[in-house]
Design a protein around this ligand. Sequence first.
Ligand SMILES: [Zn+2]
Length: 115
Amino acid sequence: MTIDFTCQKCDATFEIDVQDLSDGSEKLVCTSCDAKAPANLVEDFVAALTEMRTQVAALGKKFSLAMAFETEDLEDLDAKADEEDEEEEDEDDLDDDEDDDDLDDDEEDADEDEA
Ligand SMILES: [Zn+2]
């Protein structure tokens, strides 16, 4: 699995194999201007990718897959997540309406008085 990177600094594109990244034979460094990501960030990134590979392999018994990740797409996801939070607030308003059901209990009490 190779990943295409685009350097935010100089716009150069290069690709690195995830396997090479995880075993340390290749570093996440811009091939053009030597820009680097913070070491702890790269570490977490490689760990996440390694976990992803494991899960994709496990899923492989049922489904094979090809996926594309783009930084721009992830920004869209963040925006959608915010919208979903707003919807959840609307659902809370609906719960208040259910309190009207308490009126039914009062009617049952009235029946008991007649008995
Ligand atoms: Zn660069």
